[in-house]
Write a protein that binds this ligand. Structure first.
Ligand SMILES: Nc1ncnc2c1ncn2[C@@H]1O[C@H](COP(=O)(O)OP(=O)(O)OP(=O)(O)O)[C@@H](O)[C@H]1O
Length: 234
């Protein structure tokens, strides 16, 4: 099976700190759905930011679908991210004055590659995803700032999924959802991902989500670094 993610000899430190991550080797196969767990402060979001090319490691190689990110300029990394990665951030990063639909459309706006993968118009896809995620037609036309936190979370998911990115990175995307909505959300997210052969890396503290994923990884299993005090009892 083709490899989606491959990390080799990777270390990353924030300025003035001991290494947050020290990963000898880790790989994820294409189409796999990975649940990534770890204590608070252990470096999960840091790892995701490296995979998305937002930060770069001091040492080591990050390959995504055979592309070595270190060989790309910052601009090329931005393009690579826009084309191939859907990212659901912990804080969603929606534009507050744009409507829910307009926010979702941002997911394909900067990528011809993702536009070409749409099977219907971008707007129809956006409204279809939002409807399936439980936002009414009226809610879809509201500015993001007027939506509840749980609704914003689902808008962020639709934006990440539109245009079938090869890799979906999700950082605690269910924290604001109640149990019913969370289960529907995760099922739909994985269903849409599987339909597009999207590889999923999903960070959560919620153990109830474990059965939905085919691979479970604890950050300390792949990274030797033991950063700050919060890890002492991990
Ligand atoms: N922008 C930053 N600048 C400096 N240090 C940072 C920055 N972001 C994170 N860190 C540090 O890196 C370490 C790992 O943080 P990170 O956010 O990756 O952990 P996490 O596992 O995602 O935590 P949580 O589960 O609480 O979200 C922490 O010690 C944190 O203080």
């Amino acid at each position: 099976m083709a490899t989606a993610v491959e990390l080799t000899g990777l270390t990353f430190s924030w300025p003035g700190s001991s290494p947050t991550l020290d990963i000898n080797h880790w790989q994820v196969a294409q189409g796999e759905s990975v649940l990534l767990r770890g204590a608070s402060g252990s470096g999960k979001s840091t790892l995701l930011s490296l995979l998305a090319g937002i930060n770069t490691p001091q040492k080591g190689v990050i390959k995504l679908f055979e592309t070595d990110l270190s060989q790309l300029s910052a601009r090329q990394r931005d393009k690579f991210r826009a084309d191939h990665i859907g990212y659901i951030f912990q804080q969603f990063n929606l534009l507050p004055y744009l409507t829910a639909v307009e926010n979702v459309l941002l997911g394909v706006k900067f990528s011809k590659h993702r536009q070409r993968k749409l099977s219907q118009s971008a707007t129809n896809t956006a409204t279809d995803y939002l409807l399936r995620l439980g936002l009414t037609a009226a809610q879809q036309q509201q500015p993001a700032a007027q939506l509840s936190v749980g609704q914003q979370q689902r808008v962020a998911a639709a934006r990440a999924l539109i245009g079938g990115p090869e890799l979906l990175i999700a950082d605690e995307p269910t924290s604001a959802l109640d149990a019913d909505r969370r289960d529907n959300f995760i099922k739909l997210l994985l269903e849409l991902s599987a339909a597009n052969n999207t590889t999923v890396l999903f960070v959560t503290h919620d153990v109830a989500l474990a059965p939905y994923f085919n691979t479970h990884v604890e950050l300390t299993e792949i990274s030797r670094a033991m950063p700050d005090a919060e890890l002492n009892n991990a």
